[in-house]
Design a protein around this ligand. Structure first.
Ligand code: IPE
Ligand code: IPE
Ligand code: MG
Ligand code: MG
Ligand code: MG
Length: 330
């Protein structure tokens, strides 16, 4: 590992190397090229970093199994992005055209499917002693992500979504995977039940904050940094925290106009819709509110680590990484 780089950056370089060594497959090119494409576009590599930093609390990073588990999480995550971008009709990912735009929808579906198989293939290389636990955890999280994605799509069509239902939806589609990364990293490194369960809750809690920030950035981010189309959630009537709160808080003329824009499906007026809804969020203070709520979930996560922190100074590296994630612009 290079001495002049910060720990997460060192880990990311190593993950990039490991990702290049995965035998993705060859023919037909049209099936495998999109896999190499999406995985070559970078991204934060947040999930493998969580596996590694969680594992490092309990053992040495020389443990190959941790890198394997990091790859499982990253390949699975990228599979979910291929399908998510089809479902969300997203044109941009990591600053580049999405797979279904560059190739087509069928390719995005099938290359995504193969990536899920790949994730299982990498997982199955774990030694027999750790495999059953990790396989169970992975099966559960993979199902939950699909459950969350289904709710996310259903909510687009619903006029009213309760905040609790929204939180449960983002817990499933996003947070449980971060919990899984922290938990399996800790488990593989020899943590006991109580310890790896705390890490799960930590990951899940920062995962809720992470998705709230994703919803914020989808409106207020800078597309050149965020790498996705800004305003996409507004365009598709995603019931994000911001929209749910706007529907709760808006009154009179503002509420009338908000509902008017939500029922509008004219593609030519999308920019005006995004402009209007964004201005509603700002005028109701929802931009600040969502950031505060996101921070409170990160704080809840840090509380989980309090007792571990006393026993082990390496917990701080995980916390520092999560703090930087909280302030992210991409
Ligand atoms: C995007 O995940 C999908 C969400 C759960 C919000 P990331 O923001 O981790 O995307 P990359 O991997 O860094 O591109
Ligand atoms: C993504 O939610 C959750 C999964 C990919 C499972 P989003 O739809 O908000 O993610 P982005 O914004 O497209 O990355
Ligand atoms: Mg999306
Ligand atoms: Mg989505
Ligand atoms: Mg999003």
């Amino acid at each position: 590992l290079l001495e002049n780089k910060k720990l997460p950056e060192q880990l990311i370089s190593r993950i990039e190397e490991e990702l290049k060594l995965v035998p993705y497959g060859k023919r037909p090119d049209s099936l495998y090229d999109p896999i190499r494409y999406i995985l070559s576009l970078g991204g934060k590599r947040l999930r493998p970093v969580l596996v590694l930093l969680s594992g490092r609390i309990f053992s040495e990073l020389s443990d190959e199994r941790l890198f394997n588990m990091g790859l499982v999480a990253e390949v699975f995550h990228n599979f979910s992005l291929l399908h998510d971008d089809v479902m969300d009709e997203a044109p941009l990912r990591r600053g580049m055209p999405t797979v279904h735009e560059k190739w087509d929808v069928n390719t995005a579906i099938l290359s995504g499917d193969v990536m899920l198989v790949l994730a299982y293939q990498i997982l199955s290389k774990l030694p027999p002693k750790s495999l059953p636990f990790c396989m169970n955890a992975f099966n559960q999280v993979a199902r939950e992500v699909c459950e969350g994605q289904q709710l996310d799509m259903e909510f687009e069509q619903k006029e009213i979504v309760l905040l609790d239902d929204y939180i449960e939806m983002i817990r499933l589609k996003t947070a449980v995977l971060l919990g899984f990364c922290c938990k399996t990293g800790a488990f593989l490194a020899g943590a006991n039940d109580e310890q790896f369960n705390k890490l799960y809750t930590f990951g899940e809690s920062i995962g809720l904050g992470f998705q709230l920030m994703d919803d914020y950035l989808d409106v207020f981010g800078d597309s050149s940094k965020f790498g996705k189309r800004v305003g996409g959630d507004i365009a598709s009537n995603k019931k994000t925290y911001l929209l749910i709160r706007a529907l709760e808080l808006a009154k009179g003329e503002q509420l009338y106009m908000l509902n008017h824009w939500l029922s509008m499906h004219n593609e030519n007026l999308l920019d005006d819709k995004v402009k209007f809804v964004t201005q509603v969020y700002v005028s109701l203070g929802i931009d600040k509110e969502v950031k505060r709520l996101a921070e409170s979930y990160f704080e809840k996560g840090f509380e989980q680590l309090a007792s571990l922190r006393k026993e082990n100074p390496k917990v701080q590296d995980l916390e520092l990484f999560a703090k930087e994630l909280m302030m992210r612009e991409k």
